[in-house]
Design a protein around this ligand. Structure first.
Ligand code: GLV
Ligand code: GLV
Length: 328
């Protein structure tokens, strides 16, 4: 009897097929949100699961999962997984660290530049048929050269964002739980500052930190009040890190110039009012959504599952395991 793996959403069949020699594979045919009891019922019969960020897995969902050995998350952030419960049950968990760094960094810059140059609002205006003549002073945005880029959360995605700032001629400040080693700091031309200084001095502030109980509402009304009224906020991390209610008010009252947001508190619902603002660039959580990267994420999730069951180049050592203590 082959072990069973469940894939919670359609991905890339050619990549998932690498599981077939070793597993009985079930792939959900449609993208959907599963309830807790639906997840529990599915996980109860499986030896492995490849899940997405919408699948929230904790004690209740694994209560009957007596065969389950690994949950491979299609995403670098894993706030959808209760690692303590998984570890306590001896279930491995993995994410898709590193393969998405460059795509997400590119996308953070797309939101930054799109916000600075008002690309989406201008496009909406053009599509609405308002373009009659070229007006010299229409759609004036702001240059980025010489302005200060701030990065909150300086992991590998933050560093990839910082590297790109060199080409745009922007000095980089960052804040992180701990400063980077000096050589890494030098390589990304970034200077460590405390959070208050980062908020006060950034012209563009990009959020790239994980969502944890400690980072929930890391940007709320008090933090927004420290920022320059000309500043632009970019969030490619997680909804919930920003208090969207406070952000919407700040943008409406022009206490903050603009925002580029790929993630939202309570997504796919948006805070009421956000859609009415013209100084926001909004997208539906797609920062890692390039073909190359989504394929690489799928391959890495598959590699983690194969490895846990002793197959493939990483046999025995899932390459991006989050709780290696369960292997002992
Ligand atoms: C790739 O593996 C695909 O199925 O597109
Ligand atoms: C996407 O949000 C991810 O965490 O990979």
């Amino acid at each position: 009897d082959k072990p069973r793996v469940w894939v919670s959403r359609p991905t890339f069949p050619g990549i998932v097929a690498r599981l077939e020699p070793h597993f009985e594979v079930t792939v959900e045919p449609e993208e959907r949100k599963f309830s807790s009891s639906e997840l529990a019922a599915r996980l109860a019969t499986q030896d492995a699961a490849i899940v997405g960020l919408k699948d929230r897995i904790g004690a209740a969902e694994i209560a009957h999962a007596t065969r389950l050995r690994i949950v491979a998350n299609l995403g670098v952030g894993y706030d959808n997984l209760d690692l303590d419960s998984l570890s306590a049950a001896g279930i491995a968990a993995s994410n898709t660290a590193d393969v998405l760094n460059e795509s997400v960094a590119d996308y953070a810059w797309a939101l930054l530049l799109g916000s600075a140059r008002r690309m989406n609002a201008a496009e909406r205006w053009l599509r609405a048929g308002h373009w009659k003549a070229t007006e010299f002073k229409a759609w004036l945005g702001t240059d980025v050269r010489g302005r200060t880029l701030g990065i909150l959360g300086m992991g590998r995605i933050g560093q990839a964002i910082a590297h790109r700032a060199v080409g745009f001629g922007m000095p980089v400040l960052y804040h992180n739980r701990s400063p980077l080693p000096e050589a890494t700091e030098r390589a990304c031309h970034a200077r460590f500052v405390d959070k208050a200084q980062l908020l006060r001095e950034s012209d563009f502030l990009v959020l790239v930190l994980p969502l944890t109980p400690q980072t929930r509402h890391a940007i709320g009304a008090p933090e927004l009040a420290l920022m320059k009224p000309t500043a632009v906020l970019v969030n490619v991390a997680r909804g919930g890190i920003v208090d969207d209610k406070a952000l919407t008010a700040a943008l409406r009252e022009r206490r903050l110039a603009a925002a580029g947001l790929d993630v939202f508190e309570g997504e796919p619902a948006l805070h009421p009012g956000l859609l009415e603002l013209d100084n926001v660039v909004l997208s539906p959580h797609i920062a890692s959504a390039s073909t190359e990267t989504r394929r690489a994420m799928t391959a890495l999730a598959v590699d983690n599952v194969l490895a846990l069951f002793g197959h493939g180049p990483h046999a025995g050592r899932p390459p991006t395991i989050l709780n290696p203590n369960v292997l002992a």
